[in-house]
Design a binder for this molecule. Structure first.
Ligand code: ATP
Length: 269
């Protein structure tokens, strides 16, 4: 599905081309008041790949992620400069419909945040709001989204029970299903597994690998093992700068920058 973000329609993503550029970040700076949190970032994010953002606490990873789908618009003292090109639209432009943008570029947060509603309603809530009323269409989307989020088999017999009765790992997969239901092209994952137990963590990692066939994924993680297992590209941020951005294998075996090497080898955190 392609959502109209501005007066100009977006071309649907070409799912077959795995190394095309979907997001082209150009001279991006981000400020919270006087705090220059993200400094002159240039970065091309590839379609149907997983890009991991790593770096020490406070280096700007989440700020960068939240800038992509304009979540930072909600922070009154915040200001972005530069461009984030999605196809041929600048997502930081003034005329962007941010609600449509957040459907096209969905986000999953660190802590699972399902609504206090049934599993079924968690997925259909936004769909109904966007005008889809037909029961069979809603049910088809519920099943498809839960299957893609590897949760269907565990919940298919209890769709009308509260989402809050699910385990933390299941709740997080439900939040991923809820994002999938909106048919995004890009999914932004902000430490999606850090609050989960090791088994749920492993399930989320398997799921990410599966999802990249259909979506572009950008994930913030503090877990170096996770970044090296799930991602194709890795970006190392330090103090607001993008220090190094390359194939994950290169970053973890032969980084070009000493600061990257020091970080991935645990010399600082
Ligand atoms: N809502 C906000 N208001 C003001 N300053 C903020 C806000 N969010 C983040 N910052 C500041 O921006 C800088 C970057 O923070 P950010 O959360 O992006 O880092 P991070 O790399 O994601 O850290 P962590 O790994 O701990 O989540 C920090 O100096 C932080 O204090």
């Amino acid at each position: 599905m392609s959502v109209q973000l501005t007066e100009k329609p977006i071309r649907p993503a070409d799912k077959k081309s795995s190394r095309e550029i979907i997001l082209d970040v150009q001279d991006l700076n981000f400020y919270y008041g006087d705090n220059h949190a993200v400094k002159n970032i240039n970065m091309k994010i590839e379609k149907n790949a997983v890009t991991a953002l790593i770096g020490p606490s406070g280096c700007g990873k989440s700020t960068f992620l939240r800038t992509v789908n304009r979540m930072n618009d909600l922070v009154p003292i915040a200001r972005a400069e530069g461009k984030i090109m999605y196809e041929d639209v600048n997502l930081l432009g003034k005329n962007i419909d941010v609600v449509a943008l957040r459907k096209e570029i969905g986000m999953v947060f660190q802590k699972p945040n399902p609504f206090n509603k049934s599993i079924y309603e968690n997925i259909t809530h936004a769909l109904k709001f966007s005008g889809i009323k037909k029961k069979s269409t809603l049910m088809d989307t519920v099943e498809e989204s839960l299957r893609k989020a590897a949760l269907w088999d565990e919940v298919k017999d209890r769709l009308h029970t509260s989402a809050l009765s699910l385990s933390g790992g299941q709740q997080q997969r439900l939040c991923i299903a809820r994002t999938i239901a909106m048919k995004p092209t890009v999914m932004l994952l902000d430490e999606p597994a850090s609050a989960l137990d090791p088994i749920s963590n492993a399930k989320i990692e398997e799921l990410i690998t599966e999802l990249k066939k259909d979506y572009t994924i950008v994930i913030v993680t503090h877990n170096m093992g996770q970044a090296s297992r799930v991602s194709d590209k890795t970006a190392f941020f330090y103090n607001g700068d993008l220090v190094e951005f390359d194939e994950t294998e290169k970053i973890f075996t032969n980084p070009s920058e000493k600061r990257t090497e020091d970080y991935i080898s645990g010399r600082f955190s």
